[in-house]
Design a protein around this ligand. Structure first.
Ligand SMILES: [Fe+2]
Length: 210
């Protein structure tokens, strides 16, 4: 599967187009700002939009959903059930993205990894060789846990699981904070939070995120 990163909006958000080359079927991850940019790319590459994948329900990640859902009636929109209450408008095709779910995209498969912490319903989406981490894991940083519904303890458990992903996996975060992309291997070496999780240092992790 292939992917393209788009830096959009006033908060350095990333949206992504992910697609299966053999079928030209595409998914949008966190379409929020400048939806026309994503739409133009789909058109240029002759990709058929089949679904929207949301990492969590904060407005800066979801506010472009209805632009696409309005033009594609019943477009599947995946969002973990725990975050669905935050949506101002529920798209008709809203579906749960639950731990371990396998979502087919053409000949490819996208796996849902539940990573609560930044929000209760935060997830990461795994494709072969890459992880789309939303606001859970950034280059050199972790997601904020001082927001309503955030949980430092849950984020620690999520980081322990993320630390188990193969080092060769590319990391595609939800914002451009210290960088645009990395690999899980580099993050395991240089990301303080991932290092603490790898070492099982729960108390130090909880202190560091506060
Ligand atoms: Fe967020």
């Amino acid at each position: 599967m292939k992917s393209m990163q788009f830096k959009v909006g006033p908060m350095d958000n990333f949206s992504y187009v992910v697609w299966d080359e053999s079928s030209a079927e595409a998914a949008l991850i966190d379409p929020a700002w400048e939806p026309g940019k994503l739409e133009a790319f789909l058109k240029k590459e002759r990709l058929a939009l089949k679904m929207v994948l949301l990492t969590h329900a904060h407005p800066d990640h979801v506010n472009g959903v209805n632009y696409f859902a309005g033009k594609n009636s019943g477009l599947p929109v995946y969002l973990n059930a725990e975050d669905q209450f935050m949506l101002e408008e529920r798209p008709a095709g809203l579906r749960d993205a639950a731990e371990g779910d396998k979502i087919r995209l053409g000949a490819g498969v996208i796996t849902v990894m539940r990573t609560a912490g930044h929000t209760q319903g935060s997830v990461c989406y795994l494709v072969p060789g890459a992880v789309f981490s939303g606001d859970t894991l950034f280059v050199g940083e972790c997601g904020r846990v001082d927001l309503p519904g955030s949980s430092p303890e849950a984020l620690y458990n999520s980081f322990v699981r993320l630390a188990g992903l193969p080092s060769a996996n590319a990391l595609y975060p939800g914002h451009s904070y210290n960088g645009d992309t990395s690999t899980m291997g580099v993050q395991k070496e240089y990301n303080l939070y991932l290092k603490l999780a790898l070492q099982g240092r729960r108390e130090d992790f909880l202190k560091a995120v506060k």
